[in-house]
Design a protein. Structure first.
Length: 287
């Protein structure tokens, strides 16, 4: 890739980023798709495989979306690990940042093209003007053309080069998949162990001679040793009872409450005015 092409891709990246941040749906899609599927992979492919003969065209075509999506996946996992918000700006920073960084590295590694002199230049160019290639030039043009098409066998590699170019990338790919699997499993276990606070009552007993009935109240998922408040509201009373959770985060008690009234039981955290859990008990008259 020439420097001019790298500059054009950098400009296209900035334009796509501006479209993605515009807030207009059509422009957001038009800018987001290249940033997600094309631009990062194209820049990384150019940086990693500078010589045209290293990859056949179909490999380059497949690597572009693969590296682009890989950038978003790995970048998203890293952002999640550092607890960064995963919104549009974060994804834009990941995609555009990787693209611009890769293009900057390409520009730094690409030597400036010297001005053509009248006595030198590539086959077919002399003094800034094109000329027809001679038979002698075919010995230079034909191998380069065939190498661009990927028809030549790759150059033989010794053990060390084979290790660096084949074994190491494979090991890194396996490590990346193993890390993603471990992170997914750890996240699933962590989310599965979320503690849920519950407030429940056992079906009340029958009304006794005084008009009351016994109601067993249970609370689970509380913080061990913490203090809560249970408020009982009815037509005739409004009482508040202190609740202290045991070592297992549970609390249970049997309350004697009016049987002919509709009762509302609300569980509060200490110092809060909004109940965590609420249970409504119908009066015995209505069943």
């Amino acid at each position: 890739m020439r420097r001019r092409t790298a500059y054009l891709l950098a400009g296209a990246t900035l334009v796509a980023g501006a479209f993605a941040l515009s807030g207009i749906r059509v422009l957001t899609v038009a800018g987001g798709l290249p940033l997600a599927l094309i631009l990062p992979g194209l820049a990384l492919t150019t940086l990693l495989f500078r010589r045209p003969g290293r990859l056949v065209p179909i490999e380059r075509i497949m690597l572009v979306p693969a590296l682009s999506l890989g950038t978003l996946i790995l970048g998203g996992l890293l952002a999640w690990a550092v607890r960064a918000p995963l919104h549009r700006v974060t994804w834009l920073a990941l995609s555009a940042g990787v693209t611009l960084a890769a293009l900057a590295a390409v520009v730094l590694k690409t030597p400036a093209v010297p001005a053509e002199s009248s006595g030198s230049g590539p086959p077919g160019v002399r003094g800034g003007r094109s000329r027809l290639p001679t038979p002698a030039d075919a010995t230079l043009i034909l191998p380069v053309f065939l190498d661009r098409e990927g028809l030549f066998e790759p150059e033989p590699m010794n053990g060390r080069r084979r290790l660096l170019k084949q074994v190491v990338p494979a090991v890194l790919a396996v490590a990346m998949l193993a890390g993603a699997a471990w992170l997914s499993l750890a996240t699933s276990i962590h989310s599965h162990r979320v503690t849920v606070t519950t407030l429940s009552v056992v079906p009340p007993s029958a009304i006794d001679a005084s008009g009351d009935r016994s109601i067993q109240v249970n609370a689970t998922g509380l913080s061990s040793g913490s203090t809560y408040a249970l408020q009982v509201t009815s037509t005739s009373e409004n009482t508040r009872t202190t609740v202290t959770a045991d070592d297992h985060g549970r609390w249970a008690s049997t309350l004697r409450l009016p049987g002919d009234e509709r009762l509302t039981l609300a569980l509060y955290r200490a110092g809060e005015t909004i109940p965590m859990r609420t249970v409504i008990i119908a009066s015995a008259a209505t069943g």
